[in-house]
Design a protein around this ligand. Sequence first.
Ligand SMILES: Cc1cc2nc3c(=O)[nH]c(=O)nc-3n(C[C@H](O)[C@H](O)[C@H](O)COP(=O)(O)OP(=O)(O)OC[C@H]3O[C@@H](n4cnc5c(N)ncnc54)[C@H](O)[C@@H]3O)c2cc1C
Length: 509
Amino acid sequence: MYRDGARKSIWQEEIKRFPSESALGQLFDVAIVGGGITGISTAIKLQESGKRCIILEASNIGFGTTGGTTAHLNDFFDTTYSQAISDFGLENAKLFAGAGQEAISIIENNIRKYGIDCDFMRKKGYLFALDDKQQKELADIVDGAYKVGHEMLYTHEIPFPIPFKEAVMIPNQAQFHPVKYIRALCEAFQNAGGVIHEQCLCESHDEQKGFVQLNTTKGTVQAMHVVYATHIPPGISILHTMNAPYRSYAMAFSMKGEPQEKELGYDLCDPYRYYRFQEVDGQQLLIAGGEDHKTGHEEDTGECFSRLENYVREHFDVETVHYSWSSQYYEPSDGFPYIGKLPSSSGRIYVSTGFRGNGMILGTLTSQILNDLIVSGSSKYEHLFSPSRIKPVAGFTDFVKENAVVVFDFVKDKLFREKITSLAKINEGEAKVVTYEGESFALYKEKGGTVHLVKSTCPHALCEVRWNSAELSWDCPCHGSRFNVNGKVLTGPTVKDLQRIDPEEGSEI
Ligand SMILES: Cc1cc2nc3c(=O)[nH]c(=O)nc-3n(C[C@H](O)[C@H](O)[C@H](O)COP(=O)(O)OP(=O)(O)OC[C@H]3O[C@@H](n4cnc5c(N)ncnc54)[C@H](O)[C@@H]3O)c2cc1C
């Protein structure tokens, strides 16, 4: 398995393994946990700065969201500049506005420096309103962009066959192949003396005097500084109250005719749909994404693909669906990412999360911010993105809303489970959570009849998992931990598998 789901993403063919013989038991300057774009970009930057670094990855490089992204490189964000101005003030919004081009420049510099072939291309972005409500939102977005000095130009045409009311063109955006990019960065990192350990799950850390000890499935690692590039660090963390996990869906289609212009596009629906093109084996594929929902909150995740496909077929001249996959991102409670020191740590542990749908940019920017913090002790983004910042009042509404959902789910789920009494009612290809002799189990029956049975309580915070039919996984609606049908961890923050049950014997294995 190369990524955290049963479906193959468009990028996955390019994932390469990085076997390592190096010993763990040494003192490193920085241990980076997580082998996605955030961890790898940060590791190479720190290694370039003369720090001796190790990357610890639970599965393989590109296993997480970086292997399931769509890799638009934007300098406008899911948090609009109008929202940023009203919640954080004009000066902070201007600082935020510079982050996009800074991150794209970091990527371009890495590509030049290491001669990386990753299909990087500058593109135009088109934001388009489909109805009156969206037209008003677009006007607000343009107004905010104008105030922070960001270029958005009204246009009468968009290069997508979708009827629209109003649209803007945003110059100087970009796209690339995320896995080709991180794979080459890993090679450069190793050439510069960096160490990579795959299949190395970091379970916990102990802060010691002068260093941090990481406890991993391969043994202990000691480092002067630790960077968690894992979305949320393993275990129970304050960051759970500040971030909510969401799923988004993507599909890649071949078209009957060759598209004339292959730019980036976004409507303003809630959730919004996003479009770009990618060449695979000489063929241009349209990648469309959308249908986002909170993890564990969609009854039938397969329906998300049907809705997306139907919409695309309605507007584009589709030939074939080549890929369909989904992946996970994190919504911060106040619209800005959390990049910096882990709250309540002694100052040697760093986190980077809450990227919304802009993690290619914010994960890349993390490399500069954490390099500046670790090497020179300060960063211009330090206060803006501080994980310890006091949230503005506007963000508080979302914060309460997300937490309220978590509590509600837990209660609702228990009642729901009581109604399910029999293991016998399950058909092939189906999954259910059932109660049996007072305990609750998550059950999946493969085509052919093999049954996979696990205890349905997520070991992280004891919430009940829910079935994700699109990726054949058990997803926790509380904090986004995910497990395969045998209970093995796919996505943290849990570091423990679901307890597996042998359905024949009734005994735990
Ligand atoms: C469908 C979709 C489309 C998107 N499109 C865009 C886009 O167009 N543009 C954009 O900017 N952003 C986009 N995003 C967001 C972006 O892809 C992510 O924010 C970004 O990939 C996150 O990268 P990361 O390195 O932080 O995390 P990941 O890529 O998830 O990497 C984290 C890694 O940490 C490992 N790990 C976790 N826990 C542990 C542990 N305890 N020990 C060791 N290893 C561990 C995991 O196995 C994983 O490999 C999209 C997101 C989704 C879901």
